[in-house]
Structure formats: C-alpha cells, structure tokens
Design a protein around this ligand. Structure first.
Ligand SMILES: Nc1ncnc2c1ncn2[C@@H]1O[C@H](COP(=O)(O)OP(=O)(O)OP(=O)(O)O)[C@@H](O)[C@H]1O
Ligand SMILES: [Mg+2]
Length: 440
C-alpha cells in the first residue's frame, strides 16, 4: 500500500539520472503505472530528447533482489545503440538510487514500444469482430515470432535463461497500440513487427544467486519450471513455442473466434486442450499442435510437437530452427519464375546428329514456324518488353511439355505461350518434335 502511494506521488516528477532528466508519466491524482505481481512499472520520458524509459520498483526490494538486479544490469543484455529490433531491448541497463522510503532502489529499462501480448490478446477477445479490423496480418505476427526466437537464441548464446516468457512479458508492436510518452512520441507503422522481452526478474545465469523458485505462468511454463526445479538452457524453448503458435494462429481468417482463442496448454498432460466446436458439448480434444498450424504451417507444427514431447530441455528444438520457417511467412519465397528469353534456339528432337537447328535472334520480330522445316502451326512473336512468346495459329493445336513435368498441355487457336528454355513442342500433324533452348 505504501509503495503504491509513494509510486503515485512520484508521477509528474522529474528525476535526474546520469545525463538524463526522466519525467515520470501521470500526476499524483491517479495511478498510471503498471502494477504486477513483482512490482510497479512507471513510464518515464527523457526531457532532453523525448526518449521513453521504464522504471520498475519492487514490492519486496530485499538484498537478494538488489544483488540480482546489479548482476543483471552488468550483463548489458540491451543494446543501447539500437532503438529498434532489439529483442532484448527491455532488459534493465541502470540501477536507480532510492526514490522513496519503500523504494530503496529501482531498475531502469528502455521502453519497448507497443503493448504486452496479454493486453493485445485481451483486446482481440473483447472485439465483436474476428479477426478485429485492426488485427495485424500474419507477416507482422510472424515477425514478432521471429523476434522471440532471436531473443531466445541470443540469450542461449550467453547461457542466460529468462525463465518466465509469458504473454505479460512479451511486448509486441502492431504499429497502433502502445504508450504515448510525456512528449507524445508515438508508434508508427514502421515499428509494426517490433517486439522485445521484458521482466527479467526470474532469470538464471552463471554465478547469479537463484531467486525463490516460482511455478512460472500457467499455460506457458516449461515442465521443470512448473515443478519448481531450476530452469536451465532450453527452458525458454517451451514458452517460446507456445507463444509462437499463438501469434500465428490468433487472427487467422480461416478459423472462427472460438477456434482461435479457446484452447490452452495443459501443464499436466503437456498437450493443447481444445474445446469441442459443438457449443453444447463439454468435450475437450487434446492435441500436440493447433490444427490450424498443422494444416497451414506444418513445419512449425512439427517444431511445437517436438518441443512439448521432448524429454529434456536441451533436446527441444533450438530457437535457430524456428527462424527459417518464420522468415518464409514474413517474406514468402517467390516460386522461381521462368526466365524470360530474348533469344532462342529451336532444336529438332531426333536420334540423328546433328539435329536441325534454327536461331531466333534478338533482331528478329516475328517468325512463322509453319514456313520453316519444323512445320509447327504457330509463330514466334515478341512482347513489348522484348520477351518471346508463341502464338498458336487459327485452326491449329499445339501440344507442349513444360520442363520438369511429364504431362503435355494442349493449346488452341490464339493461345499465347511464354517461351522458356526446355519447353518441348510435341510433333503432330506433320510437324517436328522440337525443343526450345536459350541462345547457343
Ligand atoms: N521495458 C518495458 N517496456 C515496455 N513495457 C514494459 C517494460 N517493462 C514492463 N512493461 C510493462 O509493464 C508490465 C508489467 O511489467 P513486469 O512484467 O516487469 O511486472 P511484473 O510485476 O513482473 O508483472 P507480472 O506479474 O504481470 O509479470 C508488462 O506487462 C509490460 O506491459
Ligand atoms: Mg511480468
């Protein structure tokens, strides 16, 4: 109670720290800070440049917490030179001295633009429309997922375990929702897709003392956390997998709101429990990956299954293995478009050597193939960009084999066939079987 009162009294004040003047958001009449299970989090803006920060003070600011906070700050997880795309950018980087009697110290962090996934998810649940009109597309949600995998990868490289990756501790930016600092620095579309972890209070690293072991967050905790064992490298992989699955599934337009939201990770059975689609039924279906993920993103579904079925933390799929499939959702690989040709060789398909050949050179505008030895009832022509196509003559049919395919495709009168290397024109009605090749 005292901490809350003192925290309210701090609102609207400016504190000097190193070369920053941190103006704490709000005024003493109304609490504006975020209040969680471990402490209170203020928003503060540097009056010199408008940059936003967060100050966290704790309900129980004991000596162990102070030493753990000192140690965490010294690790320098956040990259202060990067204002964007720093997935560990919400880690504390400074220790503030006493701000009030019940705040013997506080930690200082960069403000991560956006909102916690918990808040954003709650907004989606409350919206009458599914997906809400403002809900970010899967490319943005996959960018968050990619950021989360990167965060876990970078922490593992430093042998650091966050140990409480959960919806309240992942801040995501959709370009719309988020904090407005004292000087009104707002989110913009450019920031959509950014994310970062916050709340490193449960971390495990090297010689740092271990905090009292909690059970983690229900629905997201790894088995060892849930059973109050010491978290280790690989612990973060479980919560990461569950959250990535949520990012991708929630908002998919091919399922309904209940299918997107009414499921949870069951800590006891290590499966996902889905409510039956029949509203009157109490039946629960247990699955190892959400059906939508299995149907649309099978590689990710496998990673989820392998994570929750693994017997040890270190045999859960590594964060690196998530990055490729997620990048493919952010930036779908374009199927290798056939290269357009501007010069062409036609070659008779025959056992005899040499086969009959004819070149269609860059300078040529048109060639009627029925007037050549090939006797094919089509003409080679050019598009406005110079690429070559085949125009099938009136009353004729052309049978074409596409490279890599065993089927032939029939083209009738007037058809335009874009020419690519390797096409085979199947001989019929007195025409030669012909292969189309690039310039020789
Ligand atoms: N660096 C930060 N940048 C932006 N938002 C932050 C930051 N740190 C904390 N927050 C916000 O404050 C909320 C509470 O912070 P935090 O998780 O550290 O407190 P907590 O007491 O551990 O709360 P909880 O019990 O909900 O986990 C977060 O969910 C997030 O919305
Ligand atoms: Mg938290």
């Amino acid at each position: 109670m005292q901490l809350r009162q003192e925290a309210r009294a701090l609102q609207g004040k400016t504190i000097e720290f190193e070369n920053r003047s941190l103006h704490i958001a709000g005024e003493s009449s109304r609490a504006e800070f975020e209040s969680g299970s471990e402490g209170i989090v203020h928003l503060a803006t540097d009056e010199r440049n408008g940059e936003n920060f967060r100050i966290k003070c704790f309900w129980e600011p004991d000596d162990i917490r102070r030493r753990r906070s000192d140690y965490l700050v010294a690790l320098q997880l956040a990259d202060l030179n990067k204002s964007k795309a720093d997935a560990l950018g919400g880690a504390p980087f400074g220790m503030l001295p006493s701000l009030a009697p019940s705040m013997p110290f506080a930690v200082l962090m960069r403000n991560v633009g956006g909102e916690s996934w918990r808040k954003l998810r709650t907004r989606a649940e409350a919206d009458t429309q599914y997906p809400p009109s403002w809900w970010p597309p899967v490319s943005i949600r996959a960018t968050w997922a990619y950021g989360l995998a990167t965060a876990v990868m970078n922490m593992e490289r430093r042998e650091f375990v966050h140990a409480d990756i959960s919806p309240g501790n992942v801040v995501v930016n959709d370009g719309i929702h988020g904090t407005l600092g004292h000087m009104g620095k707002e989110n913009s579309d450019d920031d959509a897709g950014d994310m970062a972890l916050v709340d490193f209070d449960r971390y495990v690293h090297g010689r740092a003392e271990i905090s009292e072991l909690g059970k983690g967050t229900a629905g997201y905790a790894a088995k060892e956390v849930w059973t109050r064992k010491v978290p280790q490298i690989g612990t973060d992989r479980t919560s990461m997998a569950i959250l990535i699955q949520e990012f991708i599934v929630l908002g998919d337009p091919e399922i309904c709101k209940e299918e997107a939201l009414d499921w949870t990770y069951n800590q006891e059975s290590s499966t996902f429990d889905l409510k039956s689609s029949d509203v009157d039924s109490e039946d629960i279906r247990s699955v190892r990956a959400h059906p939508l993920l299995a149907a649309k993103y099978s590689t990710l579904a496998r990673l989820v299954e392998d994570t929750i079925c693994a017997t040890n933390p270190d045999t859960r799929p590594a964060p690196q293995s998530w990055r490729g499939p997620l990048r493919d959702i952010v930036d779908p690989p374009t199927s290798a478009a056939p290269q357009k040709l501007r010069e062409l060789t036609l070659e008779e398909i025959t056992e005899e050597s040499p086969p009959y050949r004819l070149a269609f050179k860059t300078g040529m505008k048109m060639l009627n193939l029925s007037e050549t030895r090939f006797r094919i009832h089509a003409s080679l022509k050019r598009d406005s960009d110079g690429s070559i196509y085949l125009a099938v003559h009136d009353g004729a049919r052309l049978s074409i084999k596409i490279p890599g395919s065993t089927n032939t495709v029939e083209y009738g009168k007037g058809a335009r066939v874009l020419v690519q290397a390797g096409l085979i024109l199947v001989g019929q009605d007195g025409s030669m079987s012909t292969r189309l090749l690039g310039p020789r």
